[in-house]
Design a protein around this ligand. Sequence first.
Ligand code: APR
Ligand code: PHB
Length: 389
Amino acid sequence: MRTQVAIVGAGPAGLLLSHLLARRGVDSVVIETRSRDYVEQRVRAGVLEHPTVELLREVGLAERLDREGMAHEGITLRFDGGDHRIDFADLVGNGITVYGQQEVVKDIIAARLAAGGDLRFEVSDVSIERIDDAPVVGFTGADGTRVELACDVVAGCDGFHGISRGNVGPDVFDREYPFAWLGILAKAAPTHHELVYANHANGFALYSMRSPEITRLYLQVPPETDAETWSDARIWDELGTRLGADGFTLNEGPVLEKGVTGMRSFVAEPMRRGRLFLAGDAAHIVPPTGAKGMNLAIADVGVLAEAFTAFLQHGDEAGIDAYSETCLRRVWRAEHFSWWMTSMLHNQPDGDPFTRRLQLSQLRYTVSSRAAATSLAENYVGLPHGAEL
Ligand code: APR
Ligand code: PHB
């Protein structure tokens, strides 16, 4: 079997890449170990940067997003007993859109299937056999048939636990944080129209949402926490304490989903070896505090689609040669921003009083200086694709 681009992984990165390539007349096959149902139901983050929304609109993937996505023009930082709004619209002229990652995934899958795209779910024994100038990816299809997929280039979009990164053998830069997030999805109408990032003596809490009926909430917890040790009553109680503020009520409701997410920063350099190119979580992880994970994956494949097209249609290698460096500039900007938000908002388990005072000073400065607030806003809303970073 033969295609131009073999895409390993059907998360936002792999799926969007296949869509962008198809629009440019480039063939691809996407192979995914999980089922379609699994990838469409997997609950992840839900903040789309402005440049992400623009890109999805440009390529015809925003019809439902424009209808159901929730446009937000700011966020609130809650600390020291007070609320401080960062007004994105005023500071940088744009906002973000709250729309679940799995909704983006559903929309792209529907578009690919409607266009006759080749998506193979529930494959097994995936192996990247060659990454020289005649690459081959092997896999066993859902029906048990072994396939040797010959191609021109391979896109490793198989997430943090995939096999692609091992075939690139990059240098790795990483940091683990001494805490994790316990997240819930609750059938409870949001009571506040924007996200609230709360720094509290008991630890960080985040108030988010998915729709006018569904709230998404997070609590800082120790790493390795077993979600089952947190009863629903205990979660609501702790959320009430950490998010408590004058005039703020928290609607409680049935907990639809509960899970613990570890926090790490991770970058693989370079994002390419031979004809194998990494994109998205396969190459980098950010802690969720800056809501950058999916946005970075989408920015990567925007660059990669253009580079692959120039190479495959015109033999032009400039784009594929610059791919890693171009993406890593945005990646490191997001790594810094996510690390900074994380450090500013979470409690250090050792409770070091010097660090605590630095945090409070940084929070006060961020909300009182227009320059500092603008820096947060432009990073959060997303620096334009193609920006000099
Ligand atoms: N072969 C094929 N597919 C694989 C393999 C493999 N060997 N290993 C993993 N996969 C699949 C996973 O099942 C998953 O569906 O690759 C996909 C990778 O998707 P994501 O993890 O969603 O990664 P990505 O597309 O880069 O999107 C990044 O996901 O983790 C979140 O918050 C992160 O929002 C960010 C986004
Ligand atoms: C979410 O809604 O899941 C979410 C929002 C903002 C973040 C992280 C996650 O920083």
